[in-house]
Write a protein that binds this ligand. Sequence first.
Ligand code: HPA
Length: 277
Amino acid sequence: MIEYLRKLKQAEKYIREIITEKPEVGVVLGSGLGSLADDIKDAIEIKYEDIPNFPVSTVENHDGKLIFGTLENKKVLVMKGRFHYYEGYDLNMSVFGIRIMKMLGINDVIITNAAGGINLKFKEGTLMLIRDHIGLLAPSTLRGENLDEFGTRFPDMTYAYNREHLSTAITTARKLGIHIEQGVYAFYRGPNFETPAEIKALRILGADAVGMSTVPEVIAANHAGMNVIGISCITNMAAGITEKRLRHDDVIETTNRVKSDFVRYIKGIIGELTCTV
Ligand code: HPA
């Protein structure tokens, strides 16, 4: 753990030499949802591979970089590219970026993802605000020695998705005329997609959507006392709901189709967000 903290501090020091202003909002961009980064003003980009100890993502369409700049009059720090459980990272390394955000002074973070729709009301392209999650099928990112520097051994997860931010996100959708749903996101380990039987089981457990990211990051963020907004882009109906086989290319195709609304929505939320400084 001392070694892990040393790695974090070394990365923080490097980033602080390049980004001298304090970011207010953190954003993690999901698969195919990276185009938000193009709208950032006065952008400073740092490639993950240039940051000491920072993991490097291995997935296609996840080009790894941190981008700092201004969006809707707020200073944002965006992670374009994230580290999935299925890529084989050590759990602590998979949430390295979230902890760096906290160290740089960020308390409010928007975590986005592409997800499969389990709720039959959803369609390809639906945007879902995450109200809660099911992460019990994989180990917690907090497994192992507690990092007291970030938070307590047994962090509360009752409001894992901050209630005030959630209502800001709902109001923003209404203002912008963007249709959103709300629901429970279930974590699946991946990298294979789920079987139809697994999707049925997840529905019985109360899931509305399923994906291979977000939950580990939300746990680390809550541990560190950060306020989280979670947004899923439903890129496909989950396995067995239609006859169709699941393909990563279809996930990317849907994100391409909805990205303009997605970007408009995230920008709208950032503009309306009251940040904890
Ligand atoms: N399952 C898991 N992860 C996903 C899916 C899915 O159907 N779609 C996009 N990410």
